[in-house]
Design a protein around this ligand. Structure first.
Ligand SMILES: CC(C)(COP(=O)(O)OP(=O)(O)OC[C@H]1O[C@@H](n2cnc3c(N)ncnc32)[C@H](O)[C@@H]1OP(=O)(O)O)[C@@H](O)C(=O)NCCC(=O)NCCS
Length: 163
C-alpha cells in the first residue's frame, strides 16, 4: 500500500477539487462524462464554484511527492441551492473523490474521518451527503455512522450526527 499524507485544503486546490467532482460524477464503471459536461451541471458546479468560501473546509490526500490524489470537503448550501444532499440550512454537505489509482487503499476512509473531525471541531451538529444507489461508497458511509434519511430519484441522502 502506497504512503499518503493529509493536509488541509487551500484556495489553490479549486481545480483539483473540480477533478474530484468529475470522479464522483463518473463513479459507475465505464462512465466517461467529460469534465466540461459534468461541470456545466449546476449541482456539480455548485460543489466547487468560488472555492474557497469562508465556511468551506476540506482535506487533501497527497502522495510522497506532495501531489494531490484525493480530497474530501464540505460546504454550506441554502434551501434554494440545487445540492443533491441538502437537508437543512446550517448542515454542510460532504463531497469526496479519490483518483482511480489510489482507490481501495484506505485513502477515502482516512479523509472521511479527518473531515468529520474537522466539522465537529468547527461546531457543526450534522454532516450530510448524497450517494447514488449502487455505489459501494454507501457501505463506507454506513460504516462511518452515516444514516440514510431520504431515498429519492436513485439517490440516498445520508446524515452523520456529530454531537
Ligand atoms: C468512494 C471512494 C471515495 C472511497 O475511497 P477509497 O479510498 O477507494 O476507499 P477506502 O480504500 O478507504 O475503502 C473504504 C471501504 O470501501 C471498500 N471498498 C473500496 N473499494 C471498493 C470497491 N471497488 N468495491 C467495494 N468495496 C470497496 C473497502 O473494502 C473499504 O472497506 P474496509 O475498510 O471494510 O475494507 C473512492 O473509491 C472514489 O472516489 N470513488 C469514485 C467516486 C465516488 O464514488 N465518490 C463518492 C460519490 S458519493
Amino acid at each position: 500500500m502506497a504512503a499518503f499524507g493529509i493536509r488541509s485544503a487551500v484556495p489553490d486546490d479549486g481545480a483539483f477539487l473540480a477533478d474530484m467532482v468529475v470522479e464522483a460524477a463518473n463513479w459507475r464503471a465505464g462512465a466517461t462524462r467529460p469534465r466540461p459536461v459534468v461541470l456545466a451541471d449546476p449541482v456539480y458546479r455548485g460543489y466547487i464554484a468560488g472555492w474557497q468560501r469562508p465556511a468551506d473546509r476540506g482535506v487533501v490526500a497527497v502522495d510522497g511527492d506532495g501531489r494531490p490524489v484525493a480530497a474530501a470537503w464540505y460546504r454550506l448550501f441554502g434551501a434554494d441551492a440545487a445540492a443533491h444532499g441538502f437537508v437543512a440550512a446550517g448542515v454542510p454537505e460532504l463531497i469526496i473523490g479519490v483518483r482511480p489509482l489510489w482507490r481501495a487503499q484506505g485513502v477515502g476512509r482516512a479523509l472521511l474521518r479527518s473531515l468529520v473531525e474537522g466539522a465537529r471541531s468547527a461546531g457543526f451538529a450534522r454532516l450530510t451527503l448524497s450517494v447514488e444507489h449502487g455505489n459501494f461508497a454507501e457501505a463506507l458511509y454506513r460504516s462511518e455512522s452515516f444514516v440514510v434519511v431520504e431515498s429519492r430519484g436513485g439517490r440516498d441522502t445520508m446524515v452523520r450526527t456529530l454531537r
